[in-house]
Design a protein around this ligand. Structure first.
Ligand SMILES: [Zn+2]
Ligand SMILES: [Zn+2]
Ligand SMILES: [Zn+2]
Length: 921
């Protein structure tokens, strides 16, 4: 190619007719197609900066506004030396700059061989947006003159086909980093459309041009289908003027410093990648880090937003030419797959001994599989942290793992190779199967088969088992090589946060793991496995982590200022509210150790960093002793706002469903400090985001020994009976009490009889503990909530009559009195009724009591939406029962994407704090 022809549009875009040259350039660009030897340059009001452009040009065509004294709107043409003279009549400062550029190029002997000017007469330059009418009408004539001139110089100019119609489509949601733009690109090509797709601050914008029917079909497909991984929250489509285009393109991102949605969550290995890994002729056969835009790590490797390879821990790996080709080809599945890698250029596995020193192993997967089959405990580095893995069928291995971790009876999660293997361990309905195979790949709680071929120690007499399928190539390879289900539990001791840094893991897992299967891709952020269960027919997230983080909850009213909410004590997760989005962070865990506190700090810092905010409003639980409260108070903020626990639970459900209130909130859980210092947890509240009113609660249960009673559930059972039988409980009915140390039983009875003040609990969770203890003869819970869970799970199916109960409506709040129930329940036990039926009737009593109170509240406050929230609504029977019974009285909302338990609390705290901070102003 010889030296190019440069078409230079000049003018100041803000000065009315002075921008005529720019308008002509724009019109030329959209109406005609050029070969690469014609360059269209927007010179604007640049002066000497244009010198290189001018000097490099073989031919120069200037489009500009002129002031030669002719009629406004006349198109004039000048050549060669005449051009500077046109510019010497001073019109606008930009022309002074350009005249000097030409003069300088002339002095240096570098003026283009051919030069022409196409100008339009204008009156003058003054600040104005649009062109005046005569000048606007002249623009097409300027274009014609330019085309004639370029053709005369021998350059090829071709008119573009003009499209019949145009659409502008804005899509919000998870549409970046998931192969969405290439998908749109292919779709547009398939429909024969022109235009472009680009990422912007809140998602993707598409401009498409072509025949109206093709456009409609294109938009229809966008609405109906999405590529895997993409989640469309909203899609707005509006008509725009038709425009000539040069095909369809993937345009550069619109950068405006607000790319908040750009990091997508992790997704399980897709079928196409699995097929490549299994293909002996593929360069990624057996490669443990295979991924594409549809699958792979994202959040856990991101160090910065926006999400781009340079801002991930994959920046350390330089792509080989083959990988780079895929990465740069819009037609490829790996176009901008940021973690793209292959065995030649990407991360590699290392097999290590118990100290973390590398061992000589040709095939680390095979070595790990052999060790696991021999009963070893292997620390496996995954996406969001390390797992401790062992053979789930080996009693010895699982017992060893339990002993080393210092884990109580809490069940371990089990990874199985596929759905068929999962079905051997648990009864799975269609919803549970779909959830297991969902690309988020949560741990799914399902009813365990009695004959399930796994070690008893995996989930000691638990009715449920947590199962999940492989979600990374490494897991697929490992499970296939071991060919047995594996316990895969977060690598930590007891309830510490998950280990994810290599050096830290080596120290913390010393003595826990016999071997390490690691790799050299750095984990930027910890992210635990998510836990989900199908409740009342819907997948419900119980623990939110990998696959769901970061995914925003859109709120009904945008946050007035950024808010940080620090969550609760148990199952901590934090939340940041900014704009119209609330971002729940990943599960941090129970704040019972310094390590957990540090993990909370890190979680907050990381979220603030990625969202580029430093909230000045900070929300925390009312409980003064929680470490999350202490953290909140240590944060430098303009306002620190304490939010009552159950108010936050209800607000969390409101936030999830976009309800701005008022609502009736049913918040049932185990505990939570109330404003009176008592422990609440059986609450029916009238809630506006900024305030609440307590409508009803349960008659409180005394907690003899305080917190001790949470594990020693027999104390709760005794207190329940003592209250119902006015200090003379029929203990002989229950084998439970015969099994206790007589003096301890006597001591607690004396305590109850003394009327000595003791902590009170309104919590529904504690009622489940007490009734479960009586029905199952369990004196102690192996972990918090264990007895309550057993009590839920034994309940017989089918309809059962509720027991009697009272509601005292004399005072405020109303009190639900279950003492009549307790007396009937004892009578049933005496009569030899099966515990399964008694538990079912107990559930029905709670349902009936809830409905009685809520329907009375509806009569008093009018028909309001009802939200069901709190850890007790992880109990499917209770959730389903209350929802069904209330359906006739109100619109009922259950949690789905936000955990009903304390893991979802921070979302509600953020919303309450936002509402309160507005009323303070
Ligand atoms: Zn893939
Ligand atoms: Zn490569
Ligand atoms: Zn709670």
């Amino acid at each position: 190619m010889g030296r190019p022809a440069v078409v230079l549009g000049l003018g100041n875009p803000l000065m009315g007719d002075d921008r005529a040259g720019l308008a002509a350039l724009e019109a030329l660009r959209s109406a005609f197609a050029f070969e690469p030897d014609v360059q269209l340059e927007d010179g604007g009001a640049l002066g000497l900066a244009l010198l290189p452009t001018v000097e490099d040009a073989g031919a120069l065509l200037v489009l500009d506004a002129v002031h030669l004294g002719g009629t406004i709107g006349t198109v004039v043409e000048r050549e060669g030396d005449e051009i500077p003279r046109c510019l010497s009549i001073k019109l606008s400062p930009h022309q002074v700059g350009f005249r000097e550029t030409l003069a300088l190029a002339g002095l240096r002997g570098k003026l283009p061989a051919r030069m022409a000017l196409v100008g339009v007469e204008v009156a003058g330059a003054e600040y104005a947006e649009p062109l005046s009418a005569p000048v606007a009408h002249a623009v097409p004539r300027m274009v014609d003159a330019a085309v004639v001139r370029l053709s005369a110089w021998g350059f090829k100019v071709q008119a573009r086909a003009v499209s019949a119609a145009g659409r502008k489509i804005r899509i919000r949601g998870t549409v970046q980093g998931v192969g969405f733009r290439p998908w749109v690109y292919h779709l547009a090509h398939a429909h024969g459309l022109g235009g472009a797709v680009r990422n912007d601050a809140s998602g993707v914008t598409i401009e498409a041009f072509g025949d109206a029917p093709a456009l409609d079909a294109f938009v229809g497909t966008l609405v109906r289908e999405t590529p895997p991984g993409a989640v469309i929250e909203t899609l707005d489509c509006s008509p725009v003027d038709a425009r000539a285009t040069d095909g369809f393109a993937i345009a550069a991102s619109a950068v405006d410093g607000d790319l908040r949605l750009s990091i997508p969550p992790e997704r399980a290995t897709c079928d196409a990648c699995l097929a490549e890994m299994a293909d002996a002729s593929n360069r990624r056969q057996g490669y443990a880090f295979t991924n594409c835009t549809h699958c792979g790590p994202r959040y856990t490797i991101a160090t910065e937003a926006p999400y781009d390879r340079a801002a991930t821990t994959m920046a350390a790996f330089e792509m080989c030419p083959a990988c780079r080709r895929e990465y740069e080809d819009p037609g490829d599945r790996r176009f901008h797959a940021e973690p793209n890698a292959c065995p030649a250029c990407g991360p590699a596995l290392v097999w290590c001994d118990a100290s973390g020193a590398a061992l000589d192993a040709e095939d680390p997967i095979a070595a790990a599989a052999a060790a696991l089959r021999e009963g070893c405990i292997v620390a496996v580095k995954g996406l969001g942290g390390y797992h401790l893995a062992c053979d789930a069928t080996s009693e010895g291995a699982v017992a060893r793992l339990r002993a080393r971790k210092g884990r109580d009876e809490k069940p371990f999660a089990v990874m199985v190779g596929d759905l068929r293997a999962a079905a051997e361990l648990a009864h799975l309905d269609a919803g549970e199967r779909a959830l297991l195979e969902a690309p988020e790949r949560p741990i799914v709680l399902a009813k365990r088969r009695v004959e399930a071929p796994i070690a008893a120690a995996v989930a000691p007499d638990a009715p449920l088992v947590g199962l999940f399928l492989p979600y990374s190539p490494l897991h697929h390879l490992l499970l296939a090589a071991v060919a047995r289900p594996l316990v895969m539990t977060s690598a930590n001791r007891a309830e510490e946060p998950i280990a994810f840094r290599d050096d830290d893991a080596r120290v913390r897992l010393a003595g826990l793991a016999d071997r390490f299967l690691i790799h050299d891709r750095v984990i930027a952020a910890p992210c635990d496995d998510s836990v989900a269960r199908v409740i009342a027919g819907r997948p419900t997230i119980l623990r939110r982590g990998r696959g769901w983080v970061p995914r925003p909850t859109r709120v009904a009213r945008a946050f007035a200022q950024p808010v940080l909410a620090c969550g609760a004590h148990w199952k901590n997760a934090v939340c940041i509210g900014v704009g119209d989005a609330a971002w729940l962070g990943p599960h941090v865990g129970d704040l019972e150790s310094l390590a957990a506190y540090e993990a909370l700090e890190e979680s907050v810092e990381r979220m603030c960093h990625l969202l580029r905010v430093r909230p000045e409003i900070v929300a925390h639980d009312l409980h003064p002793e929680f470490l999350s409260t202490r953290f909140a108070r240590s944060w430098p903020a303009a306002a620190t706002i304490a939010v009552q626990h159950h108010h936050a639970h209800v607000a969390s459900a409101m936030g999830e469903h976009g309800l701005s209130g008022p609502v009736l909130g049913v918040a049932y859980d185990g505990t939570g400090q109330g404003q009176d210092g008592a422990s609440w947890g059986g609450e029916i509240l009238l809630v506006r985001l900024g305030s609440f009113e307590r409508i009803a609660t349960f008659r409180p249960l005394r907690l003899p020994g305080g917190e001790v009673a949470i594990r020693q559930v027999w104390r709760l059972a005794l207190a329940l009976l003592d209250d119902a039988f006015l200090g003379d409980p029929p203990l002989h009915v229950f084998p439970l009490f015969a099994g206790l140390a007589p003096d301890e039983l006597a001591r607690v009875r004396t305590l109850l009889a003394s009327g000595f003040p003791m902590p009170l609990s309104h919590g529904v969770g504690r009622l489940f503990d007490a009734v479960g203890s009586l029905l199952l003869g369990r004196s102690v819970a192996g972990y918090e909530g264990q007895v309550a869970l057993l009590c839920n799970e034994i309940a017989a199916r089918g309809p059962h009559a509720p027991y009697p109960f009272d509601v005292e409506r004399d005072g405020e709040p109303w009190l639900i009195d279950l003492r009549p129930m307790v007396r009937s329940l004892v009578a049933d036990c005496l009569a030899g009724e099966a515990p399964t039926r008694i538990s079912a009737r107990f559930h029905e009593t709670l349902v009936a009591a809830t409905v009685t109170v809520v329907s009375a509240a509806v009569r008093r406050h009018g028909s309001l939406p009802v939200v069901l929230t709190g850890g007790c609504f992880q109990n499917p029977r209770l959730a389903k029962g209350v929802r069904a019974a209330l359906a006739a009285h109100a619109e009922v909302y259950l949690h789905a994407d936000v955990p009903p338990g304390d893991g979802g609390l921070a979302l509600g705290q953020a919303l309450v704090a936002d509402a309160r901070s507005r009323s303070c102003v």
